[in-house]
Design a protein. Sequence first.
Lengths: 107, 124
Amino acid sequence: DIQMTQSPSSLSASLGDRVTITCRASQGISNYLAWFQQKPGKAPKSLIYAASSLQSGVPSKFSGSGSGTDFTLTISSLQPEDSATYYCQQYNNYPLTFGGGTKVEIK
Amino acid sequence: EVQLVESGGGLVQPGGSLRLSCTGSGFTFSDHYMDWVRQAPGKGLQWVGRSRDKANSYTTEYAVSVNGRFTISRDESKNSLYLQMDSLKNEDTAVYYCTRSTYLQNSGYYFDCWGQGTQVTVSS
């Protein structure tokens, strides 16, 4: 199985800060990497697919980059509504696997 | 509007069975891969299994932890996806989500829509 390792597991940042979350795959997955946002008690929401493509309706403050084994999700200017847990997922191989999540809080 | 609605969750004893349903609307159900993903209490997301689209004969894939116990199927006439769960264990306790996947060349099959989830609790 491909292991997905996210870092950090949690972070606290101020309003307006630029936030970066890292996801590393245990083997190359090309660009078959997605990012999801989940708020407490809610279903996950799809943010990014193919490492850097924004899902329809997702604000442009979210961006993704990377290929192969190393990927990043960036929130350009942190706002209160961005407080959530973020997950990466590889869909290059079965079983599809997720990272452990990064909890983003507002200071 | 694309929508996925799960149902069928509940409390079941270890060794018991349960069938979850996911009904899709606002899109051509048979044209999409559909997956089940679960989330145990306080834990992260875990992929459960997949049903490919009609063009791929609705073939399935499963996580090792559920293979042989869970079965994914579809009813095209009802735009519905099912998860038949047998021989349930305590560790199957989770919120179960269905997801839709969309295909784009050079992007693969990626999740783009999630249902609201249904709670399954396995306990005596």
